[in-house]
Design a protein around this ligand. Structure first.
Ligand code: XMP
Length: 295
């Protein structure tokens, strides 16, 4: 039997692609989920559990050490993407080689991924790492069942397949993860700060029934420190920006008009609970000209 491997990101697209393939070929499909260390708080563990509940044959690989070491000191966004993209392929390739008779590689690439990574005018806006083909050395044929679909269509396929709503409704999350939400160089300490702030924001959106009203949301760790005051002490700590947008396909987006009371609560919670952050801003830029991610 010819076997298929699929790279999982934790997002809607790869999950739907995997469930679809699992329905078709069952145990001839192996899912590989690589943790590059820049996922959301507890995401690797939670998503791995979700995959198992879906009956997927999944292998989780914690490769965070490799990624943190390769990204050390790197500040350029496209270089971060290249390093993560290449590292991802290396880890994936190694795992795939452990499985016998693999002939196909499946991916959850969707239509906007292709467009945004394509260069029609000669300029690549952002190079999404799941687009652009695989290294020759992998010697696998490519299977992209969702390549012609937009996100809302992918979600419809997922529902049709009976996948649980909390997986289908997940916000998009970039392949390079929090690496492109930390402006400047990446350290474990910064990732942890960002994970904690992000967790408060996302959990808050859920608690206030706002999660499903926005297309995507997250926190950006800014490369600035600013003066604050805590008790009698002067502080000089980090600033974060909250980003939440409405959109139908990520090609254009508007900043989400979230209630002030909600923003006030999230801001307070982040500043009180996340050590090292003393200022929270809200990003009110639309795409275009701003992009959804800051990098
Ligand atoms: P931008 O920031 O270009 O993002 O407005 C549009 C959508 O794409 C996601 N995004 C990425 N996804 N790899 C990905 O898989 C990437 O490098 C990447 N950069 C941005 C972004 O989160 C939004 O949903």
């Amino acid at each position: 039997k010819k076997k298929v491997v699929v790279g999982m990101s934790g997002g809607v697209d790869s999950s739907v692609a995997a469930v679809l393939l699992n329905r078709a070929i069952g145990k001839n499909l192996t899912c590989i989920f690589v943790d590059h260390g820049m996922l959301r708080k507890n995401e690797f563990r939670n998503v791995l559990h979700d995959y198992e509940c879906l009956g997927l044959n999944v292998i989780g690989v914690d490769a965070s050490k490799k990624f943190f070491s390769e990204l050390e000191g790197v500040t350029d966004p496209e270089r971060k993407r290249k390093i993560i993209g290449k590292g991802f392929i290396d880890v994936f390739d190694e795992e795939a080689h452990k499985i016998k008779d693999v002939k196909w590689l499946a991916q959850g690439t969707i239509y906007p991924d292709c467009i945004e990574s394509l260069s029609i005018t000669g300029t690549v806006i952002k190079s999404h790492h799941n687009v652009g083909g695989l290294p020759e050395k992998m010697n696998l044929k490519l299977c992209e069942p969702l390549r012609l679909l937009f996100k809302d269509e992918v979600r419809r396929v997922g529902r049709e397949l009976g996948m649980p709503e909390h997986l289908i409704g997940r916000h998009p999350f970039p392949g390079p993860g929090l690496a492109v939400r930390i402006l400047g160089d990446i350290t474990r300490e910064k990732v942890e700060i960002l994970q904690n702030a992000d967790d408060i924001f996302i959990q808050g959106l859920r608690d206030w029934n706002l999660y499903d009203k926005v297309w995507q949301a997250g926190v950006i760790l800014l490369p600035v420190q600013s003066v604050g005051v805590m008790g009698d002490e002067r502080t000089y700590e980090r600033a974060v920006a909250l980003r939440a947008v409405t959109s139908t396909d990520a090609m254009t987006a508007d900043w989400a008009h979230l209630p002030y009371e909600f923003l006030a609560k999230v801001s307070n919670d982040i500043i009180n609970k996340v050590k090292g952050v003393n200022r929270v801003c809200y990003d009110i830029s639309s795409k275009p000209p701003a992009t959804i991610e800051w990098e």
